[in-house]
Design a protein around this ligand. Sequence first.
Ligand SMILES: C[S@@+](CC[C@H](N)C(=O)[O-])C[C@H]1O[C@@H](n2cnc3c(N)ncnc32)[C@H](O)[C@@H]1O
Length: 266
Amino acid sequence: MKFNGYYLDMKSWERIPEEHVKTYVKICEYAGKDFYRRIAKRIAEDIGKNPKREIKLLDIGTAHGMLLYEISRLVEGTYIGIDCTLEFSKYFKKYTKDKARFVAADAYRLPFKENYFDYIVSTGVLHGLRCPDFFFEEIYRVLRYGGKALVVDPTPLKMEVSEAKKILDENELRIFMTYREQNLKFSGSEIPSTFEKEDIEAVLKNFEKNINFSVKKEDCVLTIFIEKHSATQCKGSRNKKDAKELIKEFIEVPEYRKRIEKIIAE
Ligand SMILES: C[S@@+](CC[C@H](N)C(=O)[O-])C[C@H]1O[C@@H](n2cnc3c(N)ncnc32)[C@H](O)[C@@H]1O
């Protein structure tokens, strides 16, 4: 299978604006290491000490790839990160030290065949998605039978303003403060608000015969763990045309559009 193609076909709502990417990378480098290491350790435990073969692992919304690098230090395998923000690809190369491959792609239309990955991870992505159900359907589709998926949302990166001042320049600090204020306004916390546990459980119930799952929400952070165990068709799966319609529908919901426009304008 070829991974080098250009698979991006989506509106720009969920991309991180180019001029914000550097700020995000700096913050993650400064405040994210413990988080990425903790997640990598958990994944290594889930995979087990002696997997029968080299594992294939996908990180959805990988950004700079810091998490993939931490995983690659613990587990042998092939690592692929997908993201719709192309600007991250140069940072990805640097942070993964060429141990993983960056693919420009949309989480709703993963450019991989069915039953392919042994493990799928995604951190800090879910809260920004218009269609969580289709995101999980794609995870389900490309995960192999017996495979596992871990979704953690949002990435609980917290940084004091005094710390931010030490590492960010004036423009980056302005971007940091804008995001911080938005988060405080919308979720009362420095980290963005994510879905309720019940919303995600309702989505995953569509797959009930085919997966085991657990959903936890602690300190505003959702942790979703999925094991795919059966080869039968999932109840929830839609065809691509329906998915496109659904996405269009979400963008056209006036409240949603207003909220996004407000965020962008502020
Ligand atoms: C907050 S960042 C999280 C990055 C990284 N996983 C982490 O934990 O630090 C969210 C990332 O998801 C990506 N993203 C959002 N929606 C996406 C979509 N529909 N398809 C692919 N990537 C998406 C963004 O471009 C961004 O890089």
